[in-house]
Design a protein around this ligand. Structure first.
Ligand SMILES: [Fe+2]
Length: 316
């Protein structure tokens, strides 16, 4: 049986809390109540909540302050909040929506309208939850791919950490950096479709086996393409083996078609692959890896600015 959605009702006035509880009792909701802002912040840490009905004018911490705290905390920012308030000025509404409040209802409110808004926000919350869990499944799958191959242990976290340093040096925005990190975490997720006999083969791959390996970027992209929450991280999964001169795979795209975050992921991936131990060879020193990558940069295979930033990283 599904657990009923949990709604937190916060109001300093006992009669108002009771009225809201009576209105919501027509549906199968689990109601918890709080008398002030501090209680809201305590309760929310103890019990999972799907929606908050929040009075604005409470003694001590106001609803606005509670909302500001919750919306700036990644753990709670996706919980929808409805302000229930005696305030009805336009500027109050504007300030509330600026804070990230989802609905604003002035007292006295109509019970059917409150119920309708509660239902609609709970539906959005449940969709957000399923997206979140799909996202977590994908991230977990990315980790599983790495766990299959003992020789690439730690590759994902090293690629992420190099890429984040480069993103910072090259001035990527916070949003681009976040997508870059997710993309690096998932870049080889398509290897989930490569048989162990090829993925874990000791020694050089045959041409046919290499062709099988080359399918991983398209397979990974196909696996994630419907997940809009991954944003441009999907470009990294698809394009991290593309080369600026068009000699890469899977589509042989070139130049401007390859975004800066993808170029950063590619350089980070190549550097870690070259400097890591493999069953058939020890890892190269950073100096030797830079020599090989410097040639790639000169031949317009990898981005020269990104490569120079990587070298600068290791010189400081
Ligand atoms: Fe790859």
């Amino acid at each position: 049986m599904q657990t009923p959605p949990a709604i937190l009702v916060a109001d300093d006035d006992a009669a108002s809390r009771e009225l809201i509880e009576i209105i919501l009792s027509s549906e199968n909701y689990h109601i918890v109540t709080a008398q002030n802002g501090n209680e809201v912040l305590e309760l929310i840490r103890q019990t999972p909540v799907d929606l908050i009905l929040l009075d604005v004018l409470m003694p001590g911490m106001t609803g606005m302050e509670v909302c500001r705290k919750l919306k700036s905390d990644p753990e709670f920012q996706l919980i929808p909040i409805i302000f229930l308030t005696a305030l009805d000025q336009m500027e109050d509404r504007v300030e509330s929506f600026d804070l990230g409040v989802n609905e604003f209802m002035s007292k006295p409110f109509s019970p059917p309208e409150l119920l309708a808004r509660v239902k609609s926000l709970l539906k959005i919350k449940s969709l957000t939850d399923s997206l979140e869990s799909a996202f977590n499944v994908v991230i977990t799958l990315g980790g599983l791919v790495e766990a299959r191959d003992p020789y690439t242990g730690g590759h994902i976290s090293r690629v992420c950490s190099i890429a984040l340093k480069l993103a910072n040096m090259l001035g990527l925005s916070a949003g681009e950096t976040e997508e870059l990190e997710i993309g690096c975490r998932l870049h080889d997720i398509g290897k989930i479709g490569i048989p162990d006999t090829v993925l874990l083969k000791e020694g050089k791959l045959t041409r046919e086996e290499f062709d099988v390996i080359r399918t991983h970027s398209k397979t990974g992209f196909d696996l994630c393409k419907e997940l809009d929450s991954l944003g441009k991280a999907r470009d990294i999964i698809l394009n991290h083996h593309e080369k600026l001169d068009g000699s890469g795979y899977p589509n042989g795209i070139k130049g401007d078609a390859i975004s800066l975050p993808v170029r950063i992921a590619t350089v980070s991936d190549i550097f870690d692959a070259l400097t890591s131990n493999r069953c058939y060879r020890p890892g190269l020193s950073p100096k030797d890896a830079f020599e090989i990558m410097g040639r790639d940069a000169k031949e317009n295979k990898i981005d020269e600015d990104v490569f120079n930033s990587l070298v600068a990283c290791y010189q400081t």
